[in-house]
Design a protein around this ligand. Structure first.
Ligand code: GLA
Length: 392
């Protein structure tokens, strides 16, 4: 956590909203990186994300009327956005405030009534559009603030479910549960092995010894709303319906690779068949990978990360030239155990496991090759795994 972001949020709060800042409370919710299990969450499969120490900070104070006022230090040009508790309209043009408003709407829908409005200042250090879940962290942060200020009786896992509801039904992005879950349930130095069909999960310590996680940003902005993400979901749903008939499964996450091979020809559309193949194989890959990590076999884990990227590139087709260049160049560097795209895809970041004494070499080689092949710079972050949301 970087408390200078809290200080900057407090200062902006005093500037924009004034009044007695003694009543202002500060909060933090993390972003996430997913280590393996991509595009499996909405297919009833497994994911393995961890919360990061970068995230979104807020300063908030309850009001005595029904007004809501929002200001983001990161999006200063949007200025103060004012609305009210009586003005929740899903899929309205609220700009960035559709995330916090969506969460308030999702609380109200569940019968949790906010008895008065709020002033909120947001300040985050997750690069926008990096695919490290800035929106999920903002949703979980809002839920956490509301629970704290209004005393609503909900658990952290509910904050994840409410955040996803807001994103699906208020913001119009049909995401799965992974990002909100990772932000709401994060634990320092641990990843979460989550079964998205049941929300059963376990923490698994990420012990990398002489290695570390490096996240590399393509700096290509990805925008998931209205993109091919929702198409992929629909294709997976088509496959699921067919396989439910012939193989008696409920979700693609129920299938072994062998059973998929046995039944796959029932899916006549070759594109839909490829999408389903990724969902099934990636789920089983995630299970195998977590097993390897638990046994301390980071080499095997890394190889499965590479295979995950290839599947996302060739079968699920959610990578892009920039992500492929980053992964391919990483695979060439000695000391890299594994590298793959992370998150929704179409831009955003890769995650790599790199030997500590190879990190400089990795940055130099991948950075130079990326610039040469893509034409602009990528950015490296040596990330740490952090806790879920908190009062700060
Ligand atoms: C985005 C979504 C998640 C998940 C990933 C892909 O991050 O928000 O729910 O589907 O893509 O694994």
């Amino acid at each position: 956590m970087d408390l200078s972001y809290k200080e900057a949020a407090l200062k902006a709060f005093a500037d924009k909203f004034g009044g007695d800042t003694n009543d202002v409370k500060c909060y933090f919710a993390p972003g996430r990186v997913n280590l393996i299990g991509e595009h499996t969450d909405y297919n009833g499969g497994h994911v393995f994300p961890c919360a990061l120490t970068i995230g979104t900070y807020a300063a908030a104070r309850k009001r005595s009327d029904r007004k809501l006022r929002f200001y983001s230090v990161n999006l200063d040009r949007s200025g103060v956005i004012e609305t009210s508790l009586d003005d929740f309209k899903p899929l309205n043009e609220d700009g960035w405030t559709s995330y916090p408003k969506g969460v308030m709407w999702a609380f109200e829908k569940r019968g949790f009534r906010m008895d008065s409005g709020l002033d909120i200042v947001i300040n985050g250090n997750i690069p926008n559009g990096s695919g490290l879940s800035s929106s999920a962290s903002l949703e979980v942060l809002t839920g956490f603030i509301i629970r704290d200020i209004y005393g609503f009786d909900v658990k952290n896992v509910d904050l994840a479910i409410i955040g996803q509801d807001a994103e699906n039904n208020y913001c119009g992005m049909n995401c799965g549960i992974m990002d909100q879950f990772a932000s709401a349930m994060g634990k320092k130095d641990n990843a979460m092995f989550l079964d998205c069909a049941t929300l059963n999960f376990e923490y698994a310590p990420v012990v990398l010894n002489d290695m570390e996680l490096v996240v590399t940003n393509t700096n290509k902005k990805h925008k998931l709303v209205g993109s091919a993400y929702n198409d992929r979901r629909n294709e997976c749903e088509k496959a699921r319906e067919i396989l439910a008939e012939v193989a008696g499964i409920k979700t693609l996450g129920d299938l072994s690779n062998e059973d998929f091979e046995k039944y796959k020809d029932a899916i006549k559309d070759p594109v839909v068949q490829k999408r389903a193949k990724h969902a099934v194989y990636e789920n089983n890959r995630a299970v195998t990978a977590v097993d390897a990590l638990k046994k301390g076999d980071i080499e095997a884990f890394g190889k499965l990360m590479n295979a995950s990227h290839v599947s996302l590139r060739d079968d699920f087709e959610v990578t892009c030239e920039e992500l492929d260049v980053l992964a391919e160049e990483a695979w060439k560097v000695p000391g890299v155990l594994g590298s793959r795209m992370t998150g929704g895809g179409f831009g955003g970041c890769t995650v790599s496991i790199v030997k500590k004494d190879s990190v400089e070499d990795f940055k130099k080689k991948v950075g130079e090759a990326y610039k040469k092949r893509v034409g602009y710079d990528c950015t490296f972050y040596e990330v740490s795994i952090g806790d879920g949301p908190s009062v700060i």
